[in-house]
Design a protein around this ligand. Structure first.
Ligand SMILES: Cc1cc2nc3c(=O)[nH]c(=O)nc-3n(C[C@H](O)[C@H](O)[C@H](O)COP(=O)(O)O)c2cc1C
Length: 182
């Protein structure tokens, strides 16, 4: 079965480090058979920082992307124990497009927590959007040293952890797709 699962990056901050984590997950998803993915960068969508004020063309593009998606991966930094405003603007833009779809959440931080608080917070948010969060999450702590200057990960254990997360995501996304289409 072929699945469409975009990756949504949570921040548009200049100098953001979490883009490295998002690109790491992207590489693994692209290497995996049966997944069509792309990186959704809030910078390409948010024309003005107001709820539901996305420019029409961008709103349509984001809506179409999620409407044809079977799941979503969110890679986000934690800002003051919460999630970034850009991620909120992106998520709040849509509603029905998310329903009955699987979602994996990955946290990023400069310190040792790996964004665990934002990941747990987002479980409740995506639940409200009628999405089904998987249990496995990826945490990218110490992001400044976890990736080298070329953006390559320096800890090999992430390869297996990413596969484990994607196995669970694909399993749930396939089951939900079958149910939606039945
Ligand atoms: C406004 C702001 C708030 C932050 N709050 C937290 C926080 O609550 N917990 C944490 O672990 N790191 C926090 N950080 C640091 C991030 O972990 C750090 O910036 C990291 O590189 C990931 O975010 P980035 O993609 O914006 O670079 C914060 C950073 C910013 C800019």
């Amino acid at each position: 079965m072929s699945l469409v699962i975009p990756i949504l990056l949570g921040t548009a901050r200049e100098g953001r480090q979490s883009e490295k984590a998002a690109r790491f997950v992207l590489e693994h998803m692209q290497a995996r058979e049966g997944i069509e993915t792309l990186l959704i960068d809030p910078r390409d969508f948010l024309g003005s920082a107001q709820t539901k004020a996305m420019p029409t063309e961008a709103a349509k593009r984001w809506s179409q992307t999620m409407a044809r998606a079977d799941g979503l991966v969110i890679v986000t930094p934690e800002y003051n124990h919460g999630y970034p405003g850009e991620l909120k603007l992106m998520l709040d833009q849509l509603y029905s497009e998310y329903a009955q779809k699987a979602v994996a959440i990955c946290g990023v931080s400069e310190g040792w927590t790996g964004g665990v608080r934002v990941v747990k917070q987002l479980v409740g948010i995506v639940h409200t959007l009628k999405m089904y969060p998987i249990r496995n999450a990826l945490y990218f702590p110490n992001v400044g040293t976890l990736f080298d200057a070329e953006g390559q990960i320096t800890d090999d254990r992430y390869v297996e952890m990413t596969q484990t997360m994607l196995d669970e995501l694909v399993w749930l996304a396939e089951a939900l797709k079958q149910k939606r289409e039945s």
